[in-house]
Design a protein around this ligand. Sequence first.
Ligand SMILES: NC(=O)c1ccc[n+]([C@@H]2O[C@H](COP(=O)([O-])OP(=O)(O)OC[C@H]3O[C@@H](n4cnc5c(N)ncnc54)[C@H](O)[C@@H]3O)[C@@H](O)[C@H]2O)c1
Length: 376
Amino acid sequence: MAREQLAIEEETPQAAAADNNGVAFHDAGASNKSKVTVVGSGNWGSVAAKLIASNALKLPSFHDEVRMWVFEETLSNGEKLSEVINQTNENVKYLPGVKLGKNVVADPDLEHAVRDANMLVFVTPHQFMEGICKRLVGKIKKEAEAISLIKGMEVKMEGPCMISTLISEKLGINCCVLMGANIANEIAEEKFSEATVGYRGNKEIADRWVQLFNHPYFIVSAVQDVEGVELCGTLKNVVAIAAGFVDGLEMGNNTKAAIMRIGLREMKAFSKLLFSSVNDSTFFESCGVADIITTCLGGRNRKCAEAFARHGGKRTFDELEAEMLQGQKLQGVSTAKEVYEVLRHRGWLELFPLFTTVHEICSGRLPPSAIVETVK
Ligand SMILES: NC(=O)c1ccc[n+]([C@@H]2O[C@H](COP(=O)([O-])OP(=O)(O)OC[C@H]3O[C@@H](n4cnc5c(N)ncnc54)[C@H](O)[C@@H]3O)[C@@H](O)[C@H]2O)c1
């Protein structure tokens, strides 16, 4: 057994984290190993940490410890979430009942969590990323590599900005993406699924990310199309909202399949208008058609949109999110607004009736039934 593995068994991560005054954990003899930090600890963030932690123990080129930044919360019993994760090895709020792996160390101090990492995995709801990036400027290793598992975009005066671009530009580091048909709770149960890594130029870096995530129950492949992969992951949440409206109105499977097909067509057209480099083949990867299917069948965006339509649009998405998701965040409603802003600004609204209508329904300007009227 490797010396590091032995060390992990002898000393709990909590104990090691407690006396870790910024000194790398189990670092002796491990300086050429990659250290991974997961920035985010929601539902998918916790599952990503579990996957990575299991591989880090097996692969000699990765440091055993996987640090996970936790946005600190006080639980209803008064305990701190990060402390409970380190005591129980479970994220009791966002992934209850699942052991993360004893080499996952929850760290509520963002700067401390990233300080020694050469591989940074970003996985928070997209609306928090601008603030997180600001806090990380000058705090990470210069040679660090990043990957974003975040679905969403920022819309600025000068146009849309993908989250991987935000990370690259703010932090001055390369950033790949990982997207796919990946409902976190199913992967937590180790049910088979696939994912797609999108990379820009350096295949070696992409292969390193594939190595870190790939598992017998989580098959990862890489394509050289960051924008295509990221836009698939982002835009499918808008289609899932439309699918939820169809479910809430009890319109049946044929209608839902039509919405999925029209949605996929708009995803492809929108992505290619924004980035001419986007490949058609990307839409046939896990991040494309497979993610559309799983998100429109399961997933929180579909679920909340179904409830919205059942209530005839009389309850807001904010209320439904708070009531139905227990702290998890909806992405589709804000992404629909962001996409709408891009379409309006560029004069493309009429080219994208499904995307446009989803936002108009979410903002109360049209009834849920408009979802099928406008795409005919
Ligand atoms: N859950 C899934 O099945 C799934 C699958 C694939 C991709 N994703 C994507 O992963 C990303 C993260 O989603 P998730 O499911 O891990 O999160 P989540 O929605 O389950 O949890 C929300 C997270 O946001 C944190 N948070 C709350 N306020 C914050 C603040 N002010 N600053 C920073 N963090 C704050 C919470 O502590 C929590 O960790 C999203 O972009 C999502 O679209 C999710």
